[in-house]
Design a protein around this ligand. Structure first.
Ligand code: DP6
Length: 409
């Protein structure tokens, strides 16, 4: 008996031009194009194993070891159904000898290597890993099927997931067609083009239960007048300008647009009725610190050093070039000290020493330290230092998340 099984991992992506608003909620078609940086899977990733077998009685999915319901007509069911359809059309209808995997039920196990408590969105890497593992299982891989084609299906799991089908710098083109067949991800530049881009994720403590992206953006579409201005007059020019900046490795322009678009996104949230607040006082203090760092650096004739961006939550993602990341971590530590003994993640830049990371906190000469208060230990509860990364990976059979019987290990 053959075992039909594949394991894939997929990365997280953090947008620099934000997706916020749908013109079709079922197909997940956006009201504007967006652009993101794919982050390194060596740090943050979702891993998924899919197996097709004639003995399975229903499609079943386990997320982090727990069975997750596959609701009829829901996002998971749509992705699995669309992948089976593609398998049938592209492989089985053309080759009568190909096994009819599209007719078998699947068992899928998925695992995120980052804690949900970190408040990092897992839907993008999760749906990208799901689609990638099914694509390998069904032999829907290049040159037969491109990541852009797979992105059409991942998009129907979660909009931002379509951008995790590529590494590097990725655009999601909104498209025009009603069936969504032109609303897909394209690679703007691969990781190898600008590997110098690093990211520092500041995990900000948040006890409140936030508004989900899905419901928040719908409320914005229904009530915000500012959103109409953003999608018509702001985003199209920014998409073009930031793509050029990435191609030219022009960090100043990349940073200015990234910060402006994060501000614009949070402004349309505030313009929603009732208003949505994703950033908190700590998030805003981080903005003030980054703005002052850039002011000082521009004054010295060295240009921008860092760009902040915030998704639908209080965590900051700071993009910077490798040469500046140590100084930025030192500055963040000076304002937002870490719990001693934890977060060894950023110690790498200090030569990997295991001493208390807070001893590295430093404010640069000439920096106006009045721009923000110094916060208590734990206000920023974790720092993750990562960088631009590659697209989904095919993993070896011994990395399978399913045991011999097709049940999570
Ligand atoms: C603020 O992709 O999570 O992170 O399509 O409803 O699943 P759904 O929403 P989702 O929204 C992400 C919004 C964002 C901006 C972005 O990633 O572009």
């Amino acid at each position: 008996m053959s075992v039909y099984q594949a394991t894939a991992s997929a990365p997280v992506n953090i947008a620099v031009i934000k997706y916020w608003g749908k013109r079709d909620t079922k197909l997940i078609l956006p009201t504007n194009s967006s652009l993101s940086v794919t982050l390194d899977q060596d740090h943050l990733r979702s891993t998924t194993t899919s197996r097709a077998d004639p003995s399975f009685t229903k499609d079943t999915l386990w997320l982090n070891g727990k069975e997750d319901e596959i609701k009829p007509g829901g996002r998971l069911e749509t992705c699995i159904r669309e992948m089976k359809k593609l398998r049938k059309e592209i492989i089985e209808d053309k080759d009568a000898s190909a096994p009819k995997l599209s007719e078998y039920k699947v068992h899928i196990a998925s695992y995120n290597n980052f804690p949900t408590a970190a408040g990092l969105a897992s839907s993008a890497s999760g749906f990208a890993a799901l689609v990638s593992s099914l694509a390998q299982l069904y032999s829907l891989v290049p040159p037969v099927v491109s990541p852009s084609t797979l992105s059409l299906i991942a998009r129907q799991g979660s909009g931002s997931a379509c951008r995790s089908l590529y590494g590097g710098f990725v655009a999601w083109e909104q498209g025009q067609l009603a069936d969504g067949s032109d609303s897909l991800a394209i690679e703007v530049a691969p990781q190898s083009h600008w590997p110098d881009i690093h990211a520092l994720i500041c995990v900000v403590s948040d006890t409140k239960k936030g508004t989900s992206s899905t419901s928040g953006m719908q409320r914005t579409v229904e009530t915000s007048t500012l959103l109409q201005h953003r999608i018509k007059n702001v985003v199209p020019a920014r998409m073009a300008a930031i793509s050029t900046a990435i191609k030219n490795k022009d960090f100043d322009t990349f940073a200015r647009i990234t910060m402006a678009d994060s501000n614009s996104f949070h402004a349309v949230c505030l313009d929603t009725e009732p208003p949505i607040f994703y950033m908190n006082d700590v998030s805003r203090a981080i903005i003030n610190v980054i703005v002052e760092l850039n002011r000082l650096s521009v004054e010295k004739g060295e240009g921008y050093k860092a760009a902040y961006t915030y998704d639908a939550g209080p965590n900051a993602v700071i993009y910077a070039r490798e040469k500046d990341i140590k100084e930025i971590i030192q500055l963040v530590l000076a304002y937002f000290p870490q719990t001693a003994g934890e977060f060894k993640d950023v110690l790498g830049v200090f030569g990997g020493s295991v001493q208390d990371v807070n001893v590295h906190g430093t404010i640069p000469e000439g920096f106006n330290d009045k721009v923000a208060n110094k916060w208590e230990v734990g206000s920023v509860k974790g720092l993750i230092h990562t960088k631009v990364g590659d697209g989904p990976r095919a993993l070896a059979p011994d990395e399978s998340l399913l045991n011999a019987n097709g049940i999570p290990k």
